[in-house]
Design a protein around this ligand. Structure first.
Ligand code: HSE
Length: 307
């Protein structure tokens, strides 16, 4: 096998209460990449369609993540990468993660799978470091594992895959503005109160328990964020209206997707998730904001091979 085409899912990081530790993979939206072995050592991005992003290896997240993997092998050749972006950069649904994770996953396949998923997460995190200044794993982990993931620890890296209830759907609305993760991290406070910590880790535990037991009501109660959302929501047009509209339309909960500006809601069943999408669209139409909407099942397998 010398060449493969892969689907790299979009992801929702943080999931309200789990800043930098929780994430989930989406099914209905993602990038495509073609990765092929080449004789020449190193990585060359030969095509990049859909977004205006740098193609130089050391400036491209797929190139940087791929080089992190390549440096750990004794493979003497290299790789060519074609990237077909469907996920908009700066939209908050893991655009850089899809490229970083997709590159290392595909290269690992072509090399006969010398690395496990945890090692691939570590390589892909180097792409995130380039994109945002911080090697966070809460987008690349769900992209590689599928479903929900918890980063239990960064040092040492410890990823816990979490199953997703079968009727769980995500609705995501992307107001057509770009928020760079690096910028939306700079506005965060670096200290939290003990009281906020108690609420936040209570919710993380509740959310994880809910996912393991298919307890949709507990899942909804756990989608709370008293630390990051109050600060970042200021950057997102109509955030409070979108969120309250989503809850009125039947969503279990709603919050900022990753570092924003996308807003997500989780719902039990496709019909409610679609109604939530309609309500979100109406809210943005009323206040005159352009948008994209995605309604998606949770992706259980992560990155996958395409024919
Ligand atoms: N946890 C990261 C952040 C996710 O919120 O900055 C970015 O997609």
């Amino acid at each position: 096998m010398n060449e493969i085409r892969v689907f790299c899912p979009a992801t929702i990081a943080n999931i309200s209460c789990g800043f930098d530790v929780l994430g989930l993979a989406l099914d209905a939206v993602g990038d495509e990449m073609v990765v092929r072995k080449s004789r020449e050592k190193g990585i060359v991005i030969t095509k990049l369609e859909g977004q205006d992003l740098p193609m130089e290896t050391h400036k491209n997240v797929a190139g940087v993540a791929g080089m992190a993997l390549l440096e750990q092998t004794d493979y003497t050749g290299g790789f060519e990468i074609e990237i077909y972006k469907k996920i908009k950069a700066g939209s908050g649904i893991g655009s850089s993660a899809a490229s970083s994770a997709g590159a290392v996953w595909a290269m690992n396949e072509l090399l006969g799978k010398p690395f496990d998923a945890l090692q691939l997460v570590a390589f892909a995190m180097e792409g995130e470091r380039l994109a945002s200044g911080v090697a966070h794993a809460d987008n690349v982990a769900p992209a590689l594992y599928g479903g929900f993931t918890l980063v239990r620890s960064y040092e040492p890296l410890d990823i816990v895959p979490i199953p997703a209830p079968s009727k769980l759907y995500a609705t995501v609305i992307h107001p057509q503005i770009e928020v760079r993760t690096a910028d939306s991290r700079k506005i965060l406070k670096t200290n939290i109160t003990l009281q906020d910590g108690i609420r936040q880790w209570g919710n993380v535990g509740g959310l994880v328990a809910a996912l393991f037991t298919d307890d949709y009501a507990l899942l909804g109660r756990s989608l709370e964020d008293h630390i990051v959302e109050p600060i970042r929501s200021i950057l997102i047009p109509g955030f409070a209206d979108i969120k309250s509209g989503a809850l009125k339309a039947g969503a279990l909960g709603s919050g900022i997707s990753g570092s924003g500006p996308s807003i997500f809601a989780l719902s039990k069943g496709l019909e409610i998730a679609q109604n939530v999408g309609e309500q979100m669209k109406k809210t943005y139409r009323d206040i005159g904001v352009d948008y994209d909407v995605h309604v998606s099942k949770i992706n259980h397998e992560g990155i996958k091979l395409l024919d």
